[in-house]
Write a protein that binds this ligand. Structure first.
Ligand SMILES: *[C@@H]1O[C@H](CO)[C@@H](O)[C@H](O)[C@H]1NC(C)=O
Ligand SMILES: *[C@@H]1O[C@H](CO)[C@@H](O)[C@H](O)[C@H]1NC(C)=O
Length: 209
């Protein structure tokens, strides 16, 4: 009876660790920071396919994609994490910082800055009501990695290359949204790791007639 129980509890422990993501080795581009857990599904010549579990973010909407808009949004979210909240609590900085774009909604393009927060984080109340907590549902994303300072022009260029590669590969994707993710602080000049991510769209299996 006891012998039987040992392997079971060992399995349970292993399962518990997997569920917590403890066995997950963060990619080198996260450095020592916490970043979202994902599973690499496929690697293609010009892009990779990742599955992300549901993730939590702190976000602020911004007016557009000008440098100043992005900086404003970043500082809002950063300051919130750095103690500008009702409880005066500090949340450790993470990776990445994301600029998310939903094109052509009811009110035109909706642009926002997001910073990742680890799953177990207890969030304080923001002082600034434009700061929001967002849960991004799990899903598949197509990702193209690029280096450099990730200006808006760089992002658009890499999004275009990614879209072309996805069309060539026959992938179904959301053509109205993308995220640009930066993993390095602005003062890092060499070997910066940036990504453009486009959500995959699941197609229904063809119905049998
Ligand atoms: C991701 O989610 C799945 C199902 O919801 C879960 O089984 C798995 O353990 C999660 N992975 C991590 C690393 O959190
Ligand atoms: C929305 O964003 C796209 C690029 O992502 C841009 O080409 C377009 O001009 C924008 N539309 C408006 C109304 O700003």
């Amino acid at each position: 009876e006891v012998m039987k129980m040992i392997p079971t509890s060992a399995l349970f422990l292993l399962w518990a660790f997997l569920a917590l993501g403890r066995c997950w080795e963060p990619p080198v581009f996260c450095g020592t920071y916490e970043c979202p857990v994902y599973t690499l599904k496929n690697e293609y010549e010009d892009f990779v396919e990742r599955f992300y579990n549901a993730t939590r973010w702190i976000t602020a909407d911004i007016a557009g994609t000008h440098d100043d808009d992005i900086k404003n949004g970043f500082w809002k979210v950063y300051n919130f994490m750095n103690g500008e909240n009702k409880e005066g609590v500090t949340i450790a900085m993470t990776r990445p910082v994301v600029v998310s774009m939903l094109e052509g909604g009811e009110n035109g393009n909706q642009t926002s800055v997001w910073i990742f927060i680890p799953p177990e984080t207890v969030l304080p109340e923001p002082n600034d009501e434009s700061i929001k907590h967002k849960v991004l549902p799990s899903g598949t994303f197509y990702v193209r990695v690029f280096s450099g300072q990730a200006s808006y022009k760089d992002v658009m260029e890499n999004r275009k290359i990614l879209k072309e590669a996805l069309l060539d590969a026959g992938k179904q994707f959301d053509d109205m949204s993308y995220m640009a993710a930066a993993y390095d602080a602005p003062w890092i000049f060499w070997k910066r790791h940036n990504e453009v991510l486009i959500p995959a769209v699941c197609v229904e299996a063809p119905r049998q007639l």
